[in-house]
Design a protein around this ligand. Structure first.
Ligand code: UDP
Ligand code: MG
Length: 321
């Protein structure tokens, strides 16, 4: 029988949390009204994570896993999980127990009310650095202002999505995958369940500032054309200033033909100003051209070195009920 519920968990160097994660998640799975599979995606961990995952798979037939051949990043790991999930409902959560698995029945409850996407919305972040909280706060609000689609604030990847949406996400060819954005973009009936985000259970944060910034830029550029327009606006403004300056210089020449023009400063300022505008515009164009390049290359999103567990449950029946 095919599972009704698929839980997708990306794992990157989480050896310290895996045992506790499994305990809490399997306790929740036992309480669900139907068969669930647990899909662990090893995102090129360098510690014993894969070893622990294999052990879980040997002990528990509900545990399947994928192992990416190197570290491809959180969003790609989740994408791989979505590709392999067989449930009618898919729940995505983090391995570090910051997303409490005990919330899953509540998410399912909303799905039963007819929502295709149920995302968990943080009301509070406990024990995360003020810097992380502050930058996250700013980013979600900026994204909300700038994005073409309505991406709800303070929501991470922790969510439940219906098979219909999973199929849509899987069919999307786009390579810069900002899953929260794509999830909002598809539409359908969506709702939020509020929760307090716990501190990480163990280990270090796997998202360095550099990676978070990358994800943030990805989110902004994938879902907003405002950055492109900024350069247009700045360019227009610079052109306006340049015209005003030209008129002033012309006027000076005509009105005070005797005075030597001390235009050097003006010229230097103008060169710097226009240079800055051009560099900025080129930078923003580069952002989008980089994306076009990425999409055009059309490489596979990930390479797998190991896949296990997906046959065991799939031998019979389909999930047509
Ligand atoms: N993760 C991953 N690949 C990466 C970085 C992170 O699969 O390159 C996983 C990680 O194991 C965890 C989740 O993504 O399950 C979120 O990572 P983390 O808790 O470090 O980030 P944050 O809580 O700051 O979003
Ligand atoms: Mg975390």
């Amino acid at each position: 029988m095919l599972p009704k519920y698929s839980l997708i968990i990306p794992v990157y160097n989480e050896e310290a949390t895996i045992p506790a994660l499994y305990d809490r998640v399997s306790a929740v799975m036992n309480r669900l009204d139907d068969v669930a599979e647990l899909i662990l995606i090893n995102d090129g961990s360098k510690d014993r994570s894969l070893h622990l995952i294999r052990e879980l798979h040997d002990q528990d037939s509900r545990v399947c896993y994928l192992s990416l051949a190197r570290n491809f990043g959180h969003q790609i790991a989740v994408t791989a999980g979505l590709n392999y999930a067989r449930g009618r409902v898919v729940v995505i959560l983090d391995a570090d127990l910051q997303d409490p698995p005990e919330l899953i029945p509540e998410l399912i409850n909303q799905w039963q009310q007819g929502y295709q996407v149920v995302y968990a919305q943080r009301t509070q972040r406990r024990k995360e650095s003020w810097f992380k909280r502050f930058t996250a706060y700013l980013f979600y609000r900026l994204l909300k202002q700038l994005a073409d689609v309505d991406i709800p604030i303070d929501t991470g990847d922790f969510c439940l999505i219906d098979r219909q949406i999973v199929d849509l996400l899987n069919a999307m060819p786009e390579r810069n995958r900002y899953i929260r954005g794509l999830r909002s973009w598809v539409g359908f009936r969506q709702t939020a369940v509020k929760f307090e985000r716990d501190p990480r259970f163990a280990g270090e944060v796997k998202y360095s500032f550099h990676k978070s910034l990358g994800l943030a830029i990805n989110g902004l550029v994938s879902f907003s054309k405002v950055p492109l327009r900024i350069s247009t606006y700045v360019g227009l403004f610079a052109a306006f200033v340049a015209i005003v300056m030209m008129i002033l210089v012309f006027y000076w020449r005509v009105a005070y033909p005797a005075s030597p023009l001390t235009g050097l400063t003006t010229i230097v300022v103008a060169i710097f100003f226009l240079g800055a505008v051009q560099l900025l515009s080129i930078g923003i164009l580069g952002e989008y051209i980089g994306r076009i390049y990425e999409e055009v290359k059309n490489r596979p999103l990930y390479t797998l070195s190991e896949v296990a567990g997906f046959e065991r449950l799939s031998s019979q029946a389909d999930y047509s009920n």
